[in-house]
Design a protein around this ligand. Structure first.
Ligand code: 5GP
Ligand code: MN
Length: 334
């Protein structure tokens, strides 16, 4: 990370700041945004965090979460707030289309932009771009951003809690995308007062009964496995959405269960959300799901965790996915 004097000036002199992250915000999106907010507020900045859509309910307990503005719900307030901003900080995404209509609104606004992200193929959307696809999470990058600016002592237990949330969720509890540095970072956060078990409880032990029943339904009735392609799928229909009263965040993590089958290399979760069909792909090893999502479904993400949307029907999307498998057979069986 390189810090120009221009950037240092932006951070150390109070600005009117908007921190934005992507649609369907996950633990890394919300953790990095709130950590950055708490850091900047120590410099006297006026900060709002804005997301295009709602975040999963379990993250409500993170410090500052309930003040986040959601474009889908508070559109007019978001517009009003954004108009006054002179610094935009984009976290955990790297292209305007990941923030939809909010992106269309922000694009023509004046003001400086900083982007901090770890997804592949960034678009040039900021004056200061910190794009590191090798990083475990945007939260890792926020830690390095703050310490790189010589501000480690500003990392409070509250900031630690937000950062640890993104690190745990984006590494699947240190199962993938790790590096030596990330373990040192976590040790430092704990030394600075982070209560790590409270974060684990927030993420993993705060499910509702209906979520466990939904998981049971997915594994018993909605799972398909093609051993000849080392691929497994779970799908959910609109009817399932109604029957299980599925809300934001309720399907988070379901795709990962497929990877727990030893032979599975490619896992996909295809679900018919109320207005769109969403795909989530995960892989083990060298298999690049980012390339698959990008090439066939106009999506993206990381090599082992990517997503996309489809305007086709659920059935057509599933058929399209199945029809792709022969093309990847060599990679799948390698
Ligand atoms: P998930 O499957 O959990 O929604 O997303 C996995 C990863 O892929 C995340 O890093 C997410 O930001 C990214 N991702 C999900 N959906 C899309 C999409 O439609 N387009 C792009 N470019 N990335 C996506
Ligand atoms: Mn992330």
């Amino acid at each position: 990370m390189e810090f120009t004097s221009d950037l240092k000036q932006l951070i150390s002199v109070p600005q009117n700041v908007a921190i934005c992250s992507h649609r369907n915000p996950d633990g890394d999106a919300i953790g990095s945004s709130l950590a950055m907010q708490h850091y900047l507020e120590q410099y006297g900045h006026t900060v709002h965090v804005l997301f295009p859509s709602e975040y999963p309910e379990e993250f409500e307990v993170l410090p500052g979460a309930t003040d986040i503005l959601i474009w889908d719900i508070h559109t007019e307030e978001c517009k009003h707030v954004l108009h006054k901003k002179n610094l935009f900080i984009f976290l955990d995404f790297n292209a305007y289309n990941r923030i939809d209509k909010m992106g269309d609104f922000i694009r023509p606004l004046p003001g400086k932009r900083i982007m901090i992200d770890h997804h592949l193929y960034p678009e040039p959307i900021a004056d200061h771009m910190f794009s590191e696809p090798e990083a475990s999470s945007t939260c890792e990058l926020i830690y390095r951003f703050i310490s790189g600016l010589g501000d480690s002592m500003k990392i409070s237990p509250a900031i630690g809690k937000c950062l640890y949330t993104g690190i745990v969720t984006d590494t699947g509890s240190f199962r993938h995308a790790t590096n030596p540095q990330i373990f040192r970072i976590v040790a430092d956060l704990v030394e600075r007062g982070l209560d790590d078990t409270s974060v684990q409880d927030m993420i993993f032990n705060s499910q509702k009964e209906k979520n466990l029943r939904l998981l049971g339904h997915c594994l018993s009735n909605r799972m398909e496995y093609w051993p000849e392609y080392r691929t497994a799928m779970i799908w959910l229909s609109k009817k399932d959405y109604e029957q299980f009263n599925i809300q934001r965040g309720d399907t988070e993590g379901i795709v990962n269960y497929l990877l727990s089958i030893r032979e599975v290399k490619l896992a996909v979760f295809i679900h018919n959300q109320p207005s769109i069909v969403k795909l989530s792909m995960r892989s083990k090893g060298d298999l690049d799901v980012q390339a698959i999502c990008r090439k066939h479904f106009n999506g993206g993400g990381h090599k082992n965790a990517s997503g996309a949307y489809s305007h086709d029907s659920l059935k057509a999307t599933i058929e399209k996915f199945k029809a792709l498998l022969p093309e990847y057979k060599t990679e799948l069986l390698r």
